[in-house]
Ligand binder design. Structure first.
Ligand code: NAD
Ligand code: TYD
Length: 348
């Protein structure tokens, strides 16, 4: 099976590629990634020599690049992870979120429609549903879409375009909506890796507002297994929520990180709240459990010591990110290879 993974140099995409190559001996994966600030080929160092994997540097919103890639590779499946993914950045400047998350998704859909594929999986987020009150039931697939940040609004728009391509053109699309992920290789601007790495450096841990906002946490490996099941058995035209029923207040997450590291709570620093900050997310994952037999294997508090160990053991990885050095890795590794790897990828 030929699989196009977009955004595979990011956090979840790189974990997914590693998972897929391990589990599926007959999958050939092409990773199309623009290498924005969040794209880091060091996340894939251990598999870059795998003959079933190839990397292409390019923008999903670039019609020419995407079209020639589809023409040369005859993909069976597309999994679209590529996105601008950080809410705080979307508040500072929404424009790249429109370009990548909305336009980029439409360019991929259009190429998939013209060249033909058997499944298009759009990796979306619970943030499209908006915010819950304390006593509200978790989001189901039929919950209203009420996005509150430019990031969430751009993901909701993309979800609607994916739906439209299914209804209008019969493209076999599926949307997955997952809750907050944690795991190895997460960019240290997101809550958990930022708190772990700041605590390791004895730097302040910035908690927004009163720290009582609730997120529903899932290990990235559980998310990747869910996407894998959706590729194999998900029904075209459907939406699947993915979440591990693991709600926690931010302040409790931060305290747990400090507890594992044995660092003082005096490192916690309350800072002004994020504008439009969603109070609570919670996902009802009954549908994917019942239809595809998916079940999470991890719970945040149990997984935290192992995760902290990973960030401790991989200090060079996150220090190179914090220092901006990871950006040179692409030039170092890929400039030595033939131009066809980077500019005009070969089919398998
Ligand atoms: P990330 O920011 O770590 O990675 C995004 C990747 O996409 C990077 O490698 C980046 O270089 C690439 N990219 C950005 N713009 C691109 C473009 N125009 N063309 C090609 N590549 C481009 O994000 P992540 O946390 O791994 O999230 C992956 C997907 O999962 C996103 O679609 C996000 O909305 C969704 N999601 C994330 C979470 C979470 O908790 N992180 C939860 C639910 C859903
Ligand atoms: P984040 O990891 O940015 O994910 P999202 O906004 O997509 O849920 O943030 C998770 C929660 O942590 C969110 O409620 C905002 C909060 N937060 C902080 O309190 N301090 C921080 O420095 C960051 C990055 C997030």
């Amino acid at each position: 099976m030929r699989v196009l993974v977009t955004g595979g140099a990011g956090f979840i995409g790189s974990n997914f590629i590693r998972h897929a190559l391990q589990v599926h001996a007959d999958w050939y994966i092409t990773n199309l990634d623009k290498l924005t600030y969040a794209g880091n080929l060091e996340n894939l160092r251990d598999i870059e020599g795998d003959s079933r994997y190839s990397f292409v540097k390019g923008d999903i919103a670039d019609r020419q690049v995407v079209d020639s890639l589809f023409k040369e590779n005859h993909f069976d499946v597309v999994v679209n992870f590529a996105a601008e993914s950080h809410v705080d950045r979307s508040i500072l400047d929404p424009a790249p979120f429109i370009d990548t998350n909305i336009k980029g998704t439409q360019v991929l859909l259009e190429a998939a429609r013209h060249h033909g594929i058997s499944k298009f999986v759009q990796v979306s987020t619970d943030e499209v549903y908006g915010s819950l009150g304390p006593g509200d039931p978790p989001f189901i697939e039929e919950s209203l879409l009420q996005p509150n940040s430019p990031y969430a609004a751009s993901k909701a728009a993309a979800d609607m375009m994916v739906r439209a391509y299914c209804r209008t053109y019969g493209l076999p699309t599926i949307v997955t909506r997952c809750s907050n992920n944690y795991g190895p290789y997460q960019f240290p601007e997101k809550l958990i890796p930022l708190m772990i790495t700041n605590a390791l450096e004895d730097k302040p841990l910035p908690v927004y507002g009163d720290g009582q906002n609730v997120r529903d946490w899932i290990h990235v490996e559980d998310h990747c297994r869910a996407i894998d099941l959706v590729i194999q058995g998900g029904q075209a035209g459907e939406v699947y929520n993915i979440g591990a029923s693991c709600e926690m207040k931010n302040l409790d997450v931060v305290r747990a990180v400090l507890g594992v590291l044995g660092k003082p709570e005096s490192l916690i620093t309350f800072v002004p709240d994020r504008p439009g900050h969603d109070r609570r997310y919670a996902i009802d994952a009954t549908k994917i459990s019942k239809e595809l037999g998916w079940k999470p294997r991890y719970r945040l508090l149990d997984a935290l010591p192992e995760l902290v160990r990973w960030y401790r053991d991989n200090e060079t990885w996150w220090r190179r990110i914090k220092a901006g050095e990871y950006k040179n890795y692409y030039e170092k590794v890929y400039s030595r290879r033939s131009a066809s790897v980077t500019a005009s990828p070969k089919g398998k």
